[in-house]
Design a protein. Sequence first.
Length: 143
Amino acid sequence: MIKEIYMCRQSKSIILAAVLSAFAGAVVASAQNSREVATVPFAFHTQGPVLASGQVSVKEVNDRGIYTLTDSEGTSTFWTASRKEVADPGKPHLTFACYGHDCVLAEISMPGSSTAFKASEASIDKQLQRKIGVAAMVRIPLR
């Protein structure tokens, strides 16, 4: 009888653990499907093609700094970050490094996240063409 009670409790524990794991996985999956939009007033370089100015859709692929970006013309690319920084969850944004008339995506911070993902300086430097101009960082809010 004691063995049956123990096995019943053990079975309940295993089932409960499986249900909680599935629930936790669903919560993480829904957070990873976050999609936001920003209005970017200039074309910009990514780690792939140049995206056009206008509405840019940003989708978080996973919680390790991989995103897809799609511009208003339908051009889409993956963007991968190499560094994490602390961010304000209430101020989601895209940050661009600009030099002259060239801008490159440097950072993404999604709503509700206390982590911002940044491209490496080497990656940013590689994408910017050095011309006479002013260097600047430009932050665009996500909505």
